[in-house]
Design a protein around this ligand. Sequence first.
Ligand code: ADP
Length: 184
Amino acid sequence: ERTARYGQRPATLLLTGLAGAGKTTIAYALERRLFDLGRAVAVLDGKNMRRGISRDLGFTVDDRSENLRRSAEAAKLLNDAGLICIAAFVAPQLEVRRRAAEVVGKDRFLLVHLHAPLEVCRSRDQEGMYAAADAGEIANFPGVSADYETPQSPDLRLDTTELNVDQCVDQIIKLLRDRNVAVD
Ligand code: ADP
């Protein structure tokens, strides 16, 4: 009934990539586009999770992974309610991404890797996060003091230095059509 009402099959898109790769920008541009197409959609990201549900967590590896576990549970609830969920998280570890896919359900989980070279990500950083990571003020920062495990077989990989925001959104919409998530 929900699929018929909303004209979509619920799914969670995990946008993963380094800080500054473009996850938040593309997540909200994609939400806008899908909303304008009449789809029912919501964004989860580090900011809205850490403001409430993950307020008690810090930035250790364990806390980051717990934040992603809770986010996956929230994404699952949104999907159960019939919504498309766009989840924008660094999610640097393969194992953590695998567990998130399991929580959400593999048949409705899509992984999109947003790539930009580290120097470009640094140059886009308005909030001084990389500088803070360099100075040791933020620990376990992927690309500086922690690994980012590059996804080997994402559903889609987009280079945000080659494609602008609209082109990235076009590609993701195409993926959703190809996978019969967003119909029409
Ligand atoms: P993240 O959420 O991955 O940390 P943000 O979306 O917060 O990244 O920041 C990315 C920055 O890069 C923004 O200032 C955005 O305007 C800029 N940018 C330039 N080109 C692109 C692109 N093709 N896709 C996404 N962001 C881009």
